[in-house]
Write a protein of this length. Sequence first.
Length: 201
Amino acid sequence: MKNKMMRVLVVLLAVGLVAGVATARRQGLWTLGFKHKGFMNILVDAPQGPVAHYYVSYRVTNTTGQELTIIPQGKIVTETGQTLFAAPAPKAAYAICERHGRAMLDIDRMAAEKIPAGESRWGLYIFTSLDDKADHLDVYLYGLSNAYKYTDEDNRTGLLRKVYHMKVARPGDADNRHLDKAKIVEEGWVWIPTDVRAVGE
């Protein structure tokens, strides 16, 4: 009985040691304070006529205790099979800032910004050419956290990244799609598979 208890204790200590190593390897991970204003759209004049841009305006707060630069990236996946990535759109960004009465940084300008500890910045994820036939959207916002984990911690395989996810519904038809109001039906932090290994691993 005593030997069995000793074996159990050794196993528990080993598990604790592995967990401690994993924690030590992951010091310096962060998740920013994050708030957003929803998933919206705006029509912007262009030579070929008004173009609809979809966007998420957001505020991030640097809670890391040190100056930080982030690299925001955004992706939309629709039920129609489209994958769309956020991109700089200066004219749309200007129109959005005018609408909201606030200066906001697109993904390129945010990536060039150094955010002091404790300070906040307003930013924009902007998407263009969203499929008019799409009623259901999965919106993924990257760059708000550098946290990661593995599906197999022992072998360091199955890397997952922490991103912010919105499940958006915009019922309607393909005509005058910009008039259809989008509704966020589910949102929060999720873990997304990636092929890129974690820094320092």
